[in-house]
Design a protein around this ligand. Structure first.
Ligand code: ADP
Ligand code: NI
Length: 218
């Protein structure tokens, strides 16, 4: 097998594996989230560069060991899967490093990236957290965890450590202020910044409308 068809084989195998793993995920992290992140990451990579194989593979595996879905925070499942594929050890380490840099950890916690591929996958994941899709995913997550839509008596918190961010059980609207509206200014690449601006504006309009309806004004 030449290197192109070997890469395609590994991506196809990984897609099949991830589709099964995420089939019944009900918190907005289902297979279609992974699929959208992969497409967004490929789109960003076209103008921003990076190794496309590493970008796609990391996008496919990025939520496999996520703290919101799995109890394990040592990337065990991703590591095991890469071993199954017999991928070269240095490629596997690069992919695991990218995955470890993707997640948001709270308003006051910085999440730097150490490669162009990590910057791209982090941007793609964050783009899928905002805009119309982002709103839908966020309420799906809140519903999955049994949270209130909104409670005027519970203000948003700017978490300065990951632990506090992970432990919150605040109403879903708070998540817009604790994460979603902050993402536009945390994008890494010019391509993602452009997409984020439009999606951000849509969320601002949505929230304005939400609060007007909440107050019975319209
Ligand atoms: P990250 O790894 O950066 O957290 P994910 O792909 O795992 O990104 O998805 C995060 C998404 O999960 C959020 O954008 C949101 O839709 C949902 N989510 C996470 N925490 C909350 C929360 N406290 N309230 C509502 N939605 C949440
Ligand atoms: Ni994700």
């Amino acid at each position: 097998m030449n290197s192109n068809s070997r890469s395609k084989y590994m991506l196809d195998e990984t897609e099949t594996y991830i589709r099964t793993e995420f089939e019944n995920e009900g918190s907005g992290h289902d297979w279609w989230h992974i699929h959208r992140v992969r497409n967004l990451a490929c789109h960003i990579s076209k103008s921003e560069g990076g190794d496309l194989f590493l970008v796609e593979m990391s996008a496919l595996l990025h939520d496999l060991d996520d703290w919101k879905i799995s109890d394990d925070n040592d990337l065990q499942k991703a590591r095991k899967w890469l071993n199954t594929l017999h991928i070269e050890p240095d490629q596997a380490e690069k992919i695991l490093q990218i995955i470890s840099e993707v997640s948001y950890k709270g308003a006051g916690v910085s999440t730097p990236t150490s490669s162009v591929e990590a910057a791209i996958v982090q941007d793609a994941d964050r783009l899928d957290a905002i805009g119309a899709i982002g709103i839908a995913r966020t309420f799906a997550y809140g519903g999955n965890k049994g949270r209130l839509l909104y409670d005027p008596g519970i203000p948003p918190e700017m978490h300065s450590d990951f632990d506090a961010y992970q432990k919150t059980s605040a109403p879903t609207i708070n998540h817009f202020y604790e994460k979603l509206l902050l993402l536009k200014s945390r994008m890494n690449t010019p391509t993602a910044i452009r997409i984020a601006e439009d999606r951000h504006e849509f969320m601002e309009n949505y929230l304005q409308r939400f609060f007007s309806e909440w107050d019975g004004k319209i």
